[in-house]
Write a protein that binds this ligand. Structure first.
Ligand SMILES: [Zn+2]
Length: 336
C-alpha cells in the first residue's frame, strides 16, 4: 500500500540520521542531528526518540510498519544488541532493539551499518536484480557486506564479512585493529592520503598540496588531482587500484557475487581506477571469477538508511531471537 513506510535510523558516530522510506526505496522525509557520541547510550537513545517524533510529524498520514536501525558494529543483529561500537562511548551490550521497541511502540530490526548499506544497494541501487552481491565501502576505513542468494550473510554472532580486516600483505602501517597487513590499513582512503602526504610536502607547489591548501592531503584530493591529469596523483591512484584489485580478487573467490559494488568517498574515483583494478583481477583471479562487474554504488550516503528500512519493509525470514539473561544496559536491569 502506498501510504506505508518504514522509519529508518542511521546511528553514526558523528551524525544521527532518520528517514521515512517507502516500498520503492524512496525517502519521504529526512532529518539529522549530530550524535552526542560521548554522552552515553541513554542520551543517544533519547536523541533517536526525538528524531523519530520529528520525522513522523512531517508525514502524519503514513502508516509506519516498523523501525530499521543501522548502527556501527560489532553488533548482534539477531538479538538486536549493540555489542560495543568503538565510535560510541559507553555502549556495551546495549539491547537497542528491545529498548526502542518499548519506547516507540513499533517492531525494531537492528543491522550492522555496512550490511544495511549492502542491503540498500542490493534492493534499490547498483546491485538491483542480482542474486548475490558484495558491497565494499572505501573511505576512512574499509567496510562492507555480503548478500548471498537474497539474504545478508550473518554467520556466527553476525560478524561475517569484516572485509577491511582481511590480511592481504605483511607490510605497511599498523591497522586500527592492531595488526599489520589488513586491507583497510593499506587500501582505505586514509591509507591513500597517507601515501600522498609522504610523497609531497607543504608549499612544494604540487597539485596535491595546492588542492589541500598546503594542509593534510586526503584520498579525495588524490582523486581530484588525478582528474586534472596530475602525474603523481595518477600514480598514487594506480597503486591504490592495485591494492583494491587484490582485495576484490579475494572477495570474488570467497563469495562469487554477481556484482561487486564499491561505495564510499574513494568510489568517486572508480572510473579512473577501473583499468588497474580490472588488470589486477585478470592477473590474480581464476578464470571463472574474472568477468564479475565492479561498479560504483548508486545510493550514496543514503544506502544505509534505505537498507535499514528494507529490513522492515521486506521480510527476509530472519526473526529476532529472544535476549538471554539479564540486560547489562544501565537502568534496565529490572527486566520486563
Ligand atoms: Zn585490521
Amino acid at each position: 500500500m502506498s501510504n506505508e513506510a518504514a522509519l529508518a535510523i542511521d546511528l553514526g558516530g558523528t551524525e544521527l540520521r532518520a528517514a521515512l522510506v517507502d516500498r520503492d526505496g524512496k525517502i519521504l522525509a529526512f532529518a539529522a542531528v549530530p550524535t552526542q557520541a560521548q554522552a552515553g547510550p541513554e542520551v543517544v537513545i533519547g536523541q533517536i526518540e526525538a528524531l523519530a517524533a520529528t520525522i513522523h510529524a512531517e508525514a502524519p498520514a503514513l502508516a509506519i510498519l516498523g523501525v530499521g536501525v543501522g548502527a556501527p558494529g560489532p553488533l548482534d543483529p539477531l538479538a538486536g544488541i549493540a555489542v560495543g561500537p568503538p565510535t560510541l562511548a559507553g555502549w556495551l551490550d546495549v539491547p537497542l532493539a528491545d529498548i526502542l521497541e518499548r519506547r516507540l511502540g513499533l517492531p525494531v530490526r537492528l543491522e550492522n551499518d555496512a550490511n544495511a548499506a549492502a542491503l540498500g544497494e542490493w534492493r534499490f541501487g547498483a546491485g538491483h536484480g542480482a542474486r548475490s552481491l558484495v558491497f565494499v565501502t572505501v573511505s576512512t576505513g574499509i567496510g562492507g557486506g555480503v548478500v548471498v542468494d537474497g539474504r545478508i550473510l550473518h554467520a556466527r554472532r553476525g560478524l561475517a564479512a569484516e572485509i577491511g580486516h582481511m590480511t592481504i600483505t605483511n607490510e605497511g602501517e599498523r591497522c586500527i585493529c592492531g595488526v599489520v597487513g589488513c586491507f583497510e590499513a593499506i587500501a582505505s582512503g586514509t591509507a591513500l592520503g597517507r601515501r600522498a602526504n609522504a610523497a609531497t610536502s607543504a608549499f612544494d607547489g604540487s597539485t596535491l598540496r595546492r588542492l589541500s591548501a598546503n594542509g593534510e592531503v586526503t584520498g579525495r584530493h588524490v582523486v581530484d588531482a588525478a582528474r586534472l591529469q596530475d602525474d603523481l596523483a595518477l600514480a598514487l591512484l594506480e597503486e591504490e587500484a592495485r591494492w583494491l584489485g587484490v582485495g576484490f580478487t579475494n572477495l570474488l573467490h570467497l563469495y562469487s557475487p554477481d556484482v561487486l559494488v564499491v561505495g564510499g568517498g574513494i568510489a568517486n574515483g572508480l572510473d579512473l581506477m577501473a583499468p588497474a583494478i580490472e588488470a589486477t583481477i585478470r592477473q590474480r583471479a581464476m578464470r571463472a571469477y574474472r568477468d564479475v562487474p565492479v561498479v560504483q554504488a548508486q545510493l550514496g550516503r543514503h544506502a544505509g538508511l534505505i537498507g535499514a528500512a528494507s529490513l522492515v519493509l521486506f521480510a527476509d525470514g530472519t526473526a529476532r531471537l529472544p535476549v538471554d539473561g539479564p540486560s547489562r544496559y544501565p537502568g534496565h536491569e529490572d527486566g520486563h
